[in-house]
Design a binder for this molecule. Structure first.
Ligand code: ADP
Ligand code: MG
Length: 349
């Protein structure tokens, strides 16, 4: 279906016109475009994420495997499911765009209970159009590449609200319906190629154990799964944020989001110097969220289980980097130090 027809059928308006392409999607899988709308009751602009996977995939780093193509198709299906049935559960503290409507073909209608690329092969003609509120127009026009500590805390609070909102104690096996059973784009279960590409090392030997410790927690929540600074939209004063890009949202321990976020916005020196206080801040805000939503889950118990997993989550991300792009700047002294610390911790368990 033509995008403009779909918009005017879904949102009552007099006219629709493209304003700008905000971004093409990773490896040519689609694009994000801002549209203007005219009419009395409609918003004056919306943002449309349209997904149309290429038949032939070309990855900037040379990975062109079926696993990566399937993972991406599944990720768009997850994002469709997220906006269909989950996103409206987020409250103000974990602001996300409003979804006005979705048109999808072979993306999203079938529930996805776990990642199994073989069992869930998707067709190459999968398509989706997701109509989202324009966060710029809603008061979140700024993007940042790096953050001050104060700005980082605003996103950490977003993460804590998000994690608190979806916190589960021993969820059943089919949770979270329609999303990744294990969220995050780098977790070991979806990164066999990168694991095989890793040179032999103590980290490689411990990779499955690390993964199990991070995956098989009693307390689980939804992790955003790609919570880098580029996926946050900031208010003019950068005191409020909203997040986008829910392709890798799924079950897991909140530490996965926290380590990946910090690595995306602070220097390694800043991470080293401030990690302890930022982790404290995260757990403080997580407790506040659980209390506010009158959860029966004890923040103290979650913290007891998750706090030691911060270092392990860092090492687990380092495992991905060493298989995917060992020259990446994230393979740095701080990450190596966190990895040694995590491996030492494992020997004491
Ligand atoms: N609803 C929205 N309102 C404003 N900007 C948006 C919205 N959705 C996405 N964007 C902008 O487009 C960028 C790319 O969108 P994203 O969903 O992250 O696509 P990709 O999967 O290619 O990273 C985001 O980083 C953000 O700056
Ligand atoms: Mg993005």
């Amino acid at each position: 279906m033509e995008i403009e027809d779909f918009i005017s059928q879904t949102i009552s308006c007099d006219s629709v016109f493209p304003v700008e392409t905000i971004q093409t999607l990773w490896s040519g899988y689609g694009e994000i475009v801002r549209y203007g709308l005219k009419g009395e009751t409609c918003p004056s602009s919306i943002v449309v994420k349209s997904i149309r996977p290429p038949k032939q995939t070309q990855h900037p780093r040379g990975w062109n495997t079926s696993a990566s193509h399937q993972r991406k198709l599944l990720s768009y299906r997850v994002e469709v499911n997220w906006y269909k049935t989950w996103s409206n559960l987020c409250d103000e503290g974990a602001r996300v765009p409003i979804c006005y409507g979705i048109s999808s073909h072979d993306l999203g209608d079938i529930p996805l209970s776990s990642f199994d690329a073989q069992a869930q092969r998707l067709e190459d003609d999968s398509q989706a159009i997701i109509l989202l509120s324009d966060l710029d127009a809603q008061g979140y026009p700024l993007r940042h590449q790096s953050l001050t500590l104060e700005q980082a805390k605003v996103c950490i609070e977003w993460l804590a609200c998000f994690h608190g909102q979806f916190m589960q104690d021993s969820p059943s096996d089919d949770w979270p319906r329609g999303l990744w059973k294990t969220g995050s784009y780098w977790h070991l279960g979806t990164r066999e190629d990168e694991y095989l590409a890793m040179p032999e090392s103590p980290l490689k030997l411990s990779a499955h154990r690390l993964d199990r410790l991070l995956t098989q927690t009693r307390f689980k929540t939804l992790v955003h799964g790609d919570a880098k600074v580029a996926n946050f939209c900031f208010s003019d004063d950068s005191l409020r944020v909203a997040a986008v890009d829910f392709q890798y949202v799924g079950g897991g321990c909140g530490m996965r989001d926290l380590v990946y976020f910090l690595g995306s916005c602070l220097s390694q020196q800043e991470c080293d110097q401030h990690q302890a206080s930022l982790i404290d801040y995260y757990f403080l805000k997580l407790e506040k969220t659980l209390i506010n939503k009158q959860s029966t889950i004890s923040a103290g118990k979650v913290e007891q289980e998750w706090r030691p997993l911060f270092t392990l989550a860092w090492a687990d991300f380092q495992r991905f980097i060493l298989g995917w792009a060992p020259e990446h700047h994230k393979n740095n002294d701080f990450s190596r130090a966190m990895t040694s610390q995590a491996l030492k911790y494992l020997t004491k368990l």
